[in-house]
Design a protein around this ligand. Structure first.
Ligand code: PRP
Length: 173
């Protein structure tokens, strides 16, 4: 397998993140906003998206990983690193690189809701259309994509290729 066709190029990502940043800026004006990036995949999108939000936001990280083989999630989520901050009474925006089955976010949402944030919403760069195994309400979506296996811009194949500046579809050699 190797990265093939570019599905979302660098310029399109940059343009869309400006739009998402504008929307988030308008929606959270005057509120205490905490971005929660889901590691590892979201490290790149949160860095770029945060720079497009014109508010004094705070950022924290959660490390999660779903058990399972390389290309398929199992729905069992392990917390590898918890938040360092209290979120009670704060406006929390979870930032993801991709929503696939939706099981990671379903787990995360329930886990964070218990901590009683003032609000809890989701922003994702990529949303695979029509394949979620649980209903997920996503407030900010960068791009809806087909259910191909994609890498780059934070997304990996067995740990590699996260550093590609675009999103590409994996294809056979
Ligand atoms: C990826 C991605 C999401 C999750 C989405 O993370 O970053 O968190 O899968 O899949 P789902 O909607 O089917 O649950 P992964 O578990 O591969 O960990 P990583 O971000 O460290 O690569």
């Amino acid at each position: 397998m190797r990265p093939g066709r570019i599905l979302v190029d660098e310029a399109s990502i940059a343009t869309r993140l400006v739009e998402m940043g504008d929307e988030i800026t308008a929606d959270y004006e005057g509120k205490d906003l905490l971005l929660v990036a889901v590691l590892k995949g979201a490290f790149m999108v949160v860095a770029d998206l945060a720079r497009r939000i014109r508010l004094p936001i705070d950022i924290d990280f959660m490390g999660v990983s779903s058990y399972g083989v390389a290309t398929q999630t199992s729905g069992v989520v392990r917390i590898l690193k918890d938040l360092e901050q209290e979120i009670s009474g704060r406006h929390v925006l979870i930032v993801e690189d991709i929503i696939d089955s939706g099981l990671t976010l379903d787990y995360l949402r329930r886990n964070l809701e218990v901590r009683q944030p003032a609000s809890l919403e989701i922003a994702t760069l990529l949303l695979k259309t029509g394949i979620q195994r649980v209903p997920i309400e996503v407030k900010y979506v960068g791009f809806e994509i087909p259910p191909d296996f994609v890498v780059g811009y934070g997304l990996d194949l067995v740990g590699k290729m996260r550093n590609l500046p675009y999103v590409a579809v994996m294809e056979e050699e």
